[in-house]
Design a protein. Structure first.
Length: 211
């Protein structure tokens, strides 16, 4: 998880820099995809219980695999990972049967709405979702209740504009219009370049990693 720790320390988002987060279990090369996701699901469930008490603001996991220098492979693996999570939680499974593209849709796990962010080494530099690691992809889980811990009102236009401008000035603009539509799933995976169409990752063909 060293690569993610470095990214966290360098991000232009002031809330992310200071956030208290927990790292999930390391990916095991001696276990298959499903076994690894099973361990992650168990750890995520425990994290959600402790996060409210300890005011943790996120949970990070890494997925190791081949071909992660290819964006389509990364997106497919992310898709497989999310749907495999659904095998381990009834509320997650139910949410994935809904219209994922709909406004205000949420991924649910252990009855908690959670926002996801994907980071990968295949993104070009500079890019807000680029991480210096092509052997692993990283998924950041942010439960909705954690926004209360940092006293962030996401409707504050000036705050949103300031953060977006900081990224744009650093050569890492992102599509605020997609975020503002409240179609949350389209913000889980950013496109390779600003201005490219949003990524409907849930419609991506499986990598067959779980078959």
């Amino acid at each position: 998880m060293r690569a993610f720790a470095v990214l966290k320390g360098q991000t232009l988002c002031p809330f992310a820099q200071s956030a208290s987060i927990e790292y999930g279990p390391p990916w095991s090369d001696t276990q298959d995809f499903r076994e690894n996701v099973s361990r992650i699901a168990k750890a995520l469930r425990a994290h959600l219980i402790d996060a409210r008490k300890s005011k943790l603001q996120g949970f990070v996991i890494g997925i190791r695999g081949d071909g992660f220098d290819d964006f389509s492979r990364v997106v497919s693996t992310f898709r497989d990972f999310v749907f495999e999570l659904g095998r381990h939680d009834s509320s997650c499974r139910a949410s994935l049967k809904e219209d994922i593209s709909a406004p205000e849709w949420n991924l649910i796990f252990a009855d908690e709405p959670i926002f996801l962010n994907l980071f990968a080494g295949c993104y070009p530099a500079p890019h807000s979702k680029r991480i210096n690691d092509t052997q692993n992809i990283y998924v950041f889980f942010q439960p909705e209740f954690t926004f209360d811990f940092c006293n962030v009102n996401r409707k504050r236009a000036a705050l949103k504009s300031s953060i977006r401008n900081s990224f744009a000035e650093a050569g890492m603009p992102y599509d605020g219009s997609t975020i503002d539509t409240r179609r949350k799933a389209l913000s889980y995976v950013f496109p390779l370049r600003s201005g490219d169409p949003p990524i409907d990752w849930w419609s991506t063909p499986s990598t067959c990693a779980v078959e």
